[in-house]
Write a protein that binds this ligand. Structure first.
Ligand code: MV4
Length: 503
């Protein structure tokens, strides 16, 4: 194992990687921007290096600064986490050129999967099912029209340099191809500096099911089963689970084998994810993510395999200690992403200081987060604050456990998505496992506060409001300036006193 690791990331994933370092006896080196000077990942690491000002471009995305930090701190390896530079081949190359180990696949693998048409070409050659369509960029609108006529409508135009849903356009009818093609080309050019566009048959309501793979440098590749990630909003996943509520053991084996073929086709090293669209027992390769993913904990909980630890072991040249037949699945795990966003206002990003924090604990609960009281949540970085993961023998038990944990969770001072997750856990289609990528379109009620429709709850609420009105003078005696809520007298986490108690 290498002696030290620079973690080129922040927040919960940086902390997750620090924990893996601790268990392996690797010295952990955090990096931070001015906004993160006292962030939990900085305090947790063995050593920390300042990168620069808060904006990502001047800190977590600054390759020069990161390499300088690695040099200064004597790092032997670099872990990119997810987001930021995790899937930039140029970063992986720069790390290796500096004589350091990059914890991830080779730059060539990242390049091959980053180009979506190249990826489709390779997958087709490897016998991995791809969505019907082309494997080369389309030359012009006329060519697009001919291909689309042939495939049948609707079709989907995608940017070859895209991914993650950026620069996609659905085309419903032949007359719309030309306009959509020109728009997609312009959008791709503006977003990626590369106007190449290709097209696929558009699937209307599939599930998003992805397979975790793990490869080493000795030619071993295994898959660790699937994650169902259908519940998402604007390509941001919100809830993930393992296993999928619909996959049979045969489906799992077929998709797993396809994912292993996909990984072998690009000589995959480390932890990666092969994304599929799944509809009625058929599945199609979508993209491969060449990084550790946010939702990796659900796979860790059902397989008992520490993915981040294995990323480090593989990067250090170790061979996988288990074969496909050794991978066993136990129970069901669900992850809710807790973000600083207000689900009642279109997931508007929320800011503020964490004034109160109570974290869930107890059987089968895992909290992957880097949150502390007093922390300022700003707008510089991704709004994801933490992940709450529940593991139990069955899916209904995992849901009940997640509900119990969400009820224990208290975050004061910043709006979060936790209420949204409470609604999802109660929603009948979710509970039935009836999911698709259209889930939130089909459940707009989840994006509004739950109606207060229980007569008893309404009566209690009215009584409390009445009480508060009558005792306003008492509340106002409390030092308004010191109050975390600016002196409104109300805090959900601070008992203001019940009507039957003396103030
Ligand atoms: C599709 C599709 C339907 N048909 N491709 C969205 C992100 C990018 N990874 C590919 N995406 C899609 N590709 C065909 N041929 C629907 C989506 C899609 C989607 C996929 C996975 C998870 C959520 C999604 C939400 C909207 C659209």
């Amino acid at each position: 194992m290498f002696e030290s690791l620079l973690i080129a990331n922040r927040g919960e994933i940086a902390l997750r990687i620090v924990r893996a370092c601790r268990e392996l006896g690797v010295r952990s080196i955090a990096v931070y921007s001015d906004a993160d000077r006292r962030a939990p990942h900085v305090l947790a690491a063995d050593h920390a290096v300042r990168l620069g000002p808060a904006p990502s471009a001047e800190s977590y995305l600054n390759i020069e600064r990161l390499l300088a930090a690695a040099r200064e701190s004597g790092a032997a390896a670099v872990h990119p986490g997810y987001g930021f530079l995790a899937e930039r081949a140029a970063f992986a190359r720069a790390v290796e050129d500096a004589g350091l180990v990059f914890v991830g696949p080779t730059p060539d693998t990242i390049d091959a999967m980053g180009d979506k048409t190249e990826a489709r070409r390779r997958m087709e050659a490897a016998g991995v099912p791809i969505v019907p369509g082309v494997v080369d960029p389309v030359a012009d609108a006329a060519a697009a029209r001919a291909i689309a006529d042939d495939l049948g409508y609707p079709v989907l135009l995608k940017a070859a340099a895209g991914g993650g849903g950026k620069g996609m356009r659905v085309v419903e009818a032949a007359d719309d191809v030309e306009r959509a093609f020109d728009a997609a080309r312009r959008e791709a050019e503006a977003a990626f500096g590369d106007g190449a566009v290709y097209l696929e048959k558009y699937l209307a309501g599939p599930r998003h099911i992805e397979i975790q793979v793990l490869g080493d440098t000795h030619g071993n590749v295994v898959h660790l089963g699937e994650r169902e990630c259908s519940i998402q909003r604007r390509h941001q996943k919100l809830v993930e689970e393992a296993p999928s509520p619909v996959l049979s053991a045969e489906d799992r084996a077929r998709m797993g084998e396809a994912a292993v073929r996909a990984a072998r086709a690009v000589a995959y090293r480390g932890a990666g994810t092969v994304e599929f669209l799944y509809e009625d027992g058929d599945f199609y390769f979508l993209e491969m993510n060449t990084r550790i993913q946010v939702e990796h904990p659900v796979t860790e909980l059902v397989t008992g395999i520490d993915l981040v630890q294995w990323q480090l072991r593989v990067a250090a040249g170790e061979a996988l200690a288990f074969a496909q037949d050794d991978v066993a699945f136990a129970g069901h795990a669900i992850e809710c992403r807790i973000t600083a966003e207000d689900p009642d206002r279109g997931f508007l990003p929320a800011t503020g200081k964490i004034t109160h924090l109570r974290l869930p604990a107890g059987p089968g609960i895992r909290w992957d987060g880097g949150l502390v009281e007093g922390q300022e949540i700003g707008l510089h970085y991704d709004p994801m604050l933490a992940k709450l993961i529940a593991h139990a023998p069955t899916r209904p038990e995992a849901i009940a456990r997640m509900q119990r944990a969400l009820d224990e969770l208290e975050i004061g001072g910043v709006d979060t998505s936790a209420d949204f997750h409470r609604r999802v856990m109660r929603e009948p289609d979710f509970r039935a496992g009836d999911l698709s990528i259209r889930y939130l379109d089909e459940h707009p009620e989840l994006l509004e506060p739950a109606p207060l429709d229980d007569p008893l709850a309404v009566a209690v609420a009215a009584a409390l409001v009445e009480h508060r009105e009558r005792t306003r003078h008492r509340v106002q005696r409390v030092g308004a300036k010191d109050s975390p809520n600016g002196g409104s007298g109300f805090s959900p986490w601070r008992r203001a006193g019940w009507p039957w108690e003396d103030a």
